[in-house]
Write a protein that binds this ligand. Structure first.
Ligand SMILES: NC(=O)c1ccc[n+]([C@@H]2O[C@H](COP(=O)([O-])OP(=O)(O)OC[C@H]3O[C@@H](n4cnc5c(N)ncnc54)[C@H](OP(=O)(O)O)[C@@H]3O)[C@@H](O)[C@H]2O)c1
Length: 244
């Protein structure tokens, strides 16, 4: 086939991807990348204005997009999100559990509601969304689930207690999900980026120009979903070339 031919099929043509927290930062970069690879993409977030802006950007890039306002820490809203995505586009081939928040500071200064907000957004959400998509993926014997963890899921540091707990938990959940699902042809991977230049880390004293960019994480997602079916890359760690 002529690689320059306009008829050449994109690698994710006819695929459906759901990216949680796709209304900003890393999630938006992932949604854009998967869309440009030919996927129809569903994104969610809590803030409707941010969601509308992201949807407009994705549409402007020629991507078939569904934007759903949903809080991924809520089981009923996750079920609604998955249901709307499937009704609109059909079965989900790629789920990226990306939505996350960071609350930092000494653990002894954190409240129970801080703990619940971080753990429910960063960890429980991945359980809820994956549990919603798994039955259809099992029926079809294929699918990718990609969890966006962090190097904070591999390390410990002062002030990171609540966030690290959520990301270490996500590492454990990801490994067990991979074992539960691999026999069904479903590949579960976890990505651990270092600091990425987004609103999430806007307060960081680090040099933003030397930090990872959202598209660096999107690149890793693209690599995972184009892996030949006989194997899967179970874990990716991403560091910037120059230390910020
Ligand atoms: N930035 C970093 O340095 C870094 C490094 C390693 C890993 N990560 C991880 O990467 C992921 C994305 O981070 P980011 O840097 O892109 O953050 P971000 O720029 O703050 O974007 C987070 C996205 O998640 C959405 N979100 C947050 N809570 C949500 C909820 N309960 N329900 C639905 N959507 C929700 C946000 O939209 P709304 O606020 O409108 O809901 C937004 O679209 C997170 O899991 C984070 O832990 C980030």
């Amino acid at each position: 086939m002529n690689p320059a031919s306009p008829d050449r099929e994109l690698p994710l043509a006819r695929s459906v991807a759901l990216v949680t927290g796709g209304s900003g930062g890393i999630g938006l970069a992932i949604a854009l990348r998967l869309g440009r690879m030919g996927a129809r993409v569903s994104v969610c977030g809590r803030n409707p204005q941010k969601l509308d802006r992201a949807a407009a950007d994705l549409r402007a890039a020629g991507i078939e997009i569904l934007a759903v306002q949903a809080d991924v820490s809520r089981a009923d809203q996750v079920a609604g999100l998955v249901g709307k995505t499937q009704q609109t586009f059909g079965p989900i081939d790629i789920l990226v559990n990306n939505a996350g928040i960071g609350l930092f500071g000494a653990f002894q200064d954190k409240s129970e509601s801080d703990w619940d907000a971080v753990l429910n957004t960063n960890l429980k959400s991945a359980f809820l969304a994956s549990r919603e998509v798994a039955p259809e993926m099992i029926r079809r014997k294929s699918g990718h689930i990609i969890n966006i963890s962090s190097l904070a899921g591999k390390n410990t540091f002062a002030g990171g207690g609540v966030y690290c707990a959520s990301k270490w938990g996500l590492m454990g959940l990801s490994g067990c999900m991979a074992e539960d699902l691999r026999a069904h042809g479903i590949r579960v991977s976890v990505i651990c980026p270092g600091s990425v230049a987004t609103d999430f880390s806007g307060q960081s004293a680090k040099d933003q120009a030397k930090m990872l960019q959202p598209d660096d994480v999107a690149h890793a997602v693209a690599a995972l979903v184009t892996q030949a079916p006989g194997s899967f890359i179970s874990e990716v760690q991403i560091r910037p070339t120059r230390k910020p």
